[in-house]
Write a protein that binds this ligand. Structure first.
Ligand SMILES: Cc1cc2nc3c(=O)[nH]c(=O)nc-3n(C[C@H](O)[C@H](O)[C@H](O)COP(=O)(O)OP(=O)(O)OC[C@H]3O[C@@H](n4cnc5c(N)ncnc54)[C@H](O)[C@@H]3O)c2cc1C
Length: 650
């Protein structure tokens, strides 16, 4: 009994085999029909493969799959064209060029010292162990922003370019709507279009039961697509003006297609072999053996990528993902030579990404301190002073075994919490919420400085770190080109929102922004969370003095009502400056947005309102909904409403 295949999945059968396969009528009929167009048994020794793939079938698969890839590129080009006006607006501002690509340092002579620095030095001498005023201890006071940084400079303001979602209103509103937490109709539409294309590739002039080469071909052709969508530095993101985190969902779907198509190709072969009673011989053949290895690699890759493992055991997900990926790439090349070109493409993209990552990595000494009220670790990197855009994040490695034997190998993403070119002298600031193993150990390591005393009594310590980035951010959206901005943070989303707020106020002061109304809303559990950031908020509010037209309000909402009033918290939160309010309960975002709309409508010309939100999926969805629900005429009257959302997950 003989059953052979050519390398491209066409079927060749001997007469003796055919009779045994007749036990499964549909499949056998399909096989018989396909075998008539394949290499004849007479030409092929029963235990050997044909020397070459069936050229006709190969050419057909090649054509259909490549036509699909070209169609996808065309869709990408349409999206790219839609982003051009905003990209043009962004790059028409000279200062935007080269920003957000690489982290930079300014020599220490250029870095202004923060006001509290002198006092810290004196404390250093006396080995003062008690922290002073809590708000000064945990978050050193920033440079006084009330002084215009460059009042005489002739700073150019960015043009306001309406986003494609504003232009395509009201259709865009439906696309922005979520039907599951974090899943919008827009995203679902893109995925459906992609999967429809994939389905049509499988079925276009092919029979899923007989033309097993088609899904196999499709599977390998999607490898570079999946890789390109996963890269931290990827061309698709550059073209569309979005970060890799936003593309990750599409990466997951492309990966899903690779897995499903590979199984549609591979599993039926085993079924056929088993039916023909030749499974044992067949799995020993190199072609099939490599195919099995590729499938196993792919299954490992898929299994460790399931949301449960990815979210609960990242340390299993990451190495498993890489291992499965490497096994897949190598074995699929031995399985079918036509895969080599796709594997080379995928591997080249992967290698290039890693080279760029290396170039974007800096070895620095960081000042690390715990912030108890927020249950997070604050990291200052004085050496890195500029080069990022507000809303971007970096990947952090801490070179210490205190974070576990292999903890120094782990790279964790954290949004930059300070504005680029800030005059505080702190450089880059990160806020790392104590969440799981790694961030917990980081917090513990930082806390040791407090327990054992630090050099200057402020409870900080120095650690060697590798910081890689910057990545992501607001893309072509220029917050300072809008008339109004509602910036929302939920919990540790404050790092994103604070940086965005600081950057925006900095631009307002320097005259580089058209923004006149800013409302900042932070939803936290505990009232005491405000204490560490009080001095920062006060300093930001003081900037109104040098930007007379600016209306800036900061509202903090806390949901956990304390059993008894903590005197220290009450003390610290006494005498709040005007513009800063503390409230109980959940914020009503629509109220804040309506207030900005009213103010914007009172102007002769309004250049739109931007909503920037970062936090848990619930808050992000709520803010998106609030932006969506603004009635058409209101929306038009203020020049459009755009939402940028950021969630700390994928
Ligand atoms: C773009 C982005 C920006 C972020 N910015 C901030 C920030 O400014 N402040 C902040 O406190 N948190 C931020 N996070 C979340 C932060 O990266 C995770 O909380 C942290 O990596 C958790 O590590 P862990 O081992 O302590 O927790 P775990 O309990 O192991 O994991 C908790 C969650 O974090 C994810 N995670 C774990 N390790 C990694 C990793 N190496 N890379 C990516 N995700 C991982 C897991 O999938 C899980 O969902 C951000 C996340 C992303 C994706």
């Amino acid at each position: 009994m003989v059953f052979t295949s050519n390398r491209h999945g066409s079927t060749t059968s001997s007469p003796s085999m055919t009779s045994s396969i007749m036990t499964t009528p549909l499949l056998s009929q399909a096989i018989i029909s396909s075998s008539s167009s394949a290499v004849s048994p007479a030409q092929t020794p029963s235990n050997k493969l044909p020397a070459d793939p069936d050229p006709a079938s190969f050419a057909k698969d090649n054509f259909v799959v490549n036509a699909f890839q070209i169609a996808m590129l065309c869709i990408l080009a349409v999206f790219f064209l839609a982003t051009i006006p905003r990209a043009f607006g962004r790059f028409s501002v000279g200062s935007e060029w080269g920003k957000g690509l690489i982290l930079r340092s300014r020599s220490s002579a250029h870095v202004r010292r923060r006001p509290s620095q002198g006092r810290q030095t004196s404390l250093k001498r006396t080995h003062h162990k008690e922290a002073p005023n809590p708000d000064e201890r945990v978050v050193p006071r920033r440079h006084d922003r009330s002084k215009p940084t460059n009042p005489s400079s002739n700073v150019s303001r960015p043009p306001y370019i309406r986003s494609w979602s504003t232009r395509s209103y009201p259709i865009s509103v439906y696309f922005a709507q979520s039907f599951l937490p974090g899943v919008s109709y827009g995203l679902a539409f893109i995925v459906i279009v992609y999967l429809s294309g994939i389905t049509s590739v499988i079925f276009t002039s092919a029979n899923i039961f007989t033309d097993l080469g088609r899904p196999g071909f499709l599977s390998v052709a999607q490898i570079p697509v999946a890789v390109a969508l996963a890269m931290k530095n990827n061309i698709i993101g550059v073209l569309l003006g979005v970060g890799y985190v936003k593309l990750n969902t599409l990466h997951q779907w492309a990966g899903f297609v690779v897995v499903v198509a590979a199984h549609l190709h591979g599993v039926p072969w085993f079924y056929r072999y088993a039916n023909a009673g030749v499974l044992q011989q067949e799995v020993r053949r190199p072609l099939n053996a490599w195919g099995i290895v590729a499938l196993v690699g792919l299954d490992v890759l898929w299994l460790v990528s399931t949301p449960v493992i990815r979210q609960r055991a990242y340390r299993l997900f990451y190495p498993g993902h890489i291992l499965g990926f490497v096994v897949l790439l190598v074995s699929v090349c031995f399985h079918i030579p036509v895969a080599i070109r796709y594997v080379v493409l995928g591997a080249a993209a992967y290698a290039l990404d890693h080279i760029i990552r290396l170039l974007k990595t800096r070895l620095c000494t960081a000042i690390v301190r715990p912030i108890r009220e927020l249950s997070l670790t604050r990291i200052e990197i004085p050496m890195v002073t500029h080069g990022w855009r507000a809303g971007q994040h970096v990947r952090l490695r801490v070179l210490s075994t205190e974070l576990g034997k292999l903890g120094w190998l782990e790279a964790h993403p954290f949004t930059i919490a300070s504005a680029s070119d800030s005059e505080s002298g702190e450089g880059m600031v990160l806020m790392c919420k104590r969440l799981g193993g790694w961030t917990g150990k980081l917090y513990d390591a930082a806390s040791r400085a407090v327990y054992y005393g630090s050099e200057d009594g402020y409870g900080h310590r120095k650690m060697k770190i590798l910081v890689e980035g910057p990545y992501g951010g607001l893309g072509h959206m220029l917050l300072h080109s809008y008339t109004g901005a509602l910036i929302v943070a939920g919990g540790s989303g404050i790092s994103f929102s604070l940086c965005v707020l600081e950057d925006l106020t900095q631009k307002v002061i320097s005259g580089a922004a058209t923004t006149q109304f800013i409302d900042f809303v932070w939803a936290v559990q505990d009232k005491s969370s405000l204490i560490p950031l009080l001095s920062t908020f006060k300093s930001l509010l003081r900037c109104r003095g040098s930007a007379p037209g600016l209306s800036l309000n900061i509202s903090v909402f806390y949901t956990r009502v304390p059993n008894s009033q903590d005197p220290a918290t009450a003390d610290a939160l006494r005498d709040l400056p005007s513009g800063l309010s503390i409230n109980t309960g959940r914020p009503k975002f629509s109220k804040f947005l309506n207030a900005i709309i009213l103010k914007a409508k009172s102007l002769q010309v309004s250049h739109g309102i931007a909503l920037a939100v970062c936090g848990p999926v619930g808050i992000v969805d709520e803010v998106r909904l609030v932006g969506r629900d603004v009635f058409g005429p209101e929306r038009a009257a203020v020049g459009g409403i755009d939402v940028h959302e950021e969630v700390f997950a994928w």
